[in-house]
Design a protein. Structure first.
Length: 257
C-alpha cells in the first residue's frame, strides 16, 4: 500500500509539472503552430490574415474565439497562447499585467446608428431616438464596449433618459443586435462599424456627427508565448499595409478616415 501511495504521489507531481510547463517552450513537432486568442468581433479579418500567413510560413494556426472580456481573464490566469487580438481597452490591461510583449494596431472600431434600408421611421439624428414608440437595440453596456460608448455619448448630450426609455434589447453580441433589426421588431440599433459591412444591404447607417473616443483593434504578442519567433513573425505580417487593408475591407475603419 505504501508503494502505491508513493507511485500516486509521483504521478500527481508529474501531472502538475506538466501543466505548469504547458505554456513553456514547444516541442519540435509544435514549432510551426501559432495559438491565437481572438475577440469574436475581429474573427473574420483575423482568420483571413491568418490563412495567408499560414500559407506563406507553412504554419498551422489554432484559434480560441470569444469575447475580449472573457479571453482576457484566461490570459491573466495563464492560458497558453502566442497572440491576443482585441480592441481597446484590453491592450492596456495586458500591459499593466506585464503580459504584452509587443503590439500592432490594425484597424478601428466605431459605433454606428443603423436603421432598415430606406429609413422608414425617418431617423436622422440621435435625438430622434427619443420619439415615442420606437424600439431600439444596442450592446449591453456592462459587457459591450460599443454599448458603453454610445450610452456615454447619450449622457453627455442629455439624451440618456429619453433614448433608453425606447431601448427594448440590450444584448451581448453584435449578431443579436443586428438581427433584432433585420429579422425582428426593432426600428434602430447601435452596432460596431464592421457589422455594416457584414450585413451589407440589410442595414443603413445614419450619420450622427458623434466623435467617439478612438477604439483601436490591436494584435498583441503575449509574453506567455511558447513560440516567440513565430509570434513575432505574425505581428510583422499584420503590420504590413496589405494586411491592414484586409481589416479596412471588412469595415474596421472610422467614418472620418
Amino acid at each position: 500500500m505504501k508503494m502505491l501511495v508513493v507511485h500516486l504521489n509521483l504521478l500527481i507531481s508529474f501531472l502538475i509539472c506538466g501543466l505548469m510547463a504547458g505554456c513553456g517552450k514547444m516541442s519540435s513537432g509544435e514549432q510551426d503552430t501559432l495559438r491565437v486568442l481572438c475577440g469574436s468581433s475581429m474573427a473574420a479579418p483575423v482568420q483571413e490574415t491568418g490563412r495567408l500567413f499560414a500559407e506563406t510560413h507553412k504554419a498551422r494556426i489554432e484559434y480560441d474565439l470569444g469575447g475580449s472580456e472573457t479571453l482576457l481573464p484566461k490570459i491573466l490566469a495563464g492560458a497558453c497562447g502566442d497572440v491576443f487580438v482585441c480592441h481597446d481597452p484590453f491592450e492596456e490591461k495586458l500591459k499593466t499585467a506585464g503580459r504584452c510583449a509587443n503590439a500592432v494596431a490594425v484597424g478601428w472600431l466605431e459605433p454606428v446608428l443603423a436603421v432598415r434600408p430606406g429609413n422608414p421611421k425617418g431617423i436622422r439624428a440621435v435625438a430622434d431616438l427619443t420619439k415615442r414608440g420606437l424600439k431600439i437595440g444596442l450592446g449591453d453596456p456592462r459587457y459591450s464596449t460599443c454599448g458603453k460608448l454610445f450610452v456615454n455619448a447619450l449622457r453627455q448630450r442629455g439624451l440618456y433618459d429619453g433614448v433608453m426609455a425606447n431601448v427594448v434589447l440590450q444584448a451581448r453580441t453584435h449578431a443579436e443586435v443586428a438581427n433584432g433589426l433585420i429579422l425582428g421588431p426593432l426600428d434602430a440599433v447601435v452596432v460596431w462599424n464592421f457589422v455594416m459591412r457584414l450585413y451589407a444591404g440589410k442595414l443603413e447607417a445614419v450619420p450622427t456627427g458623434i466623435e467617439y473616443p478612438a477604439t483601436r483593434v490591436t494584435v498583441l504578442g503575449l509574453t506567455s508565448s511558447g513560440n516567440p519567433a513565430l509570434r513575432d513573425a505574425f505581428l510583422a505580417w499584420c503590420d504590413q499595409p496589405q494586411m491592414k487593408a484586409v481589416f479596412r475591407q471588412h469595415g474596421y475603419n472610422r467614418e472620418r478616415e
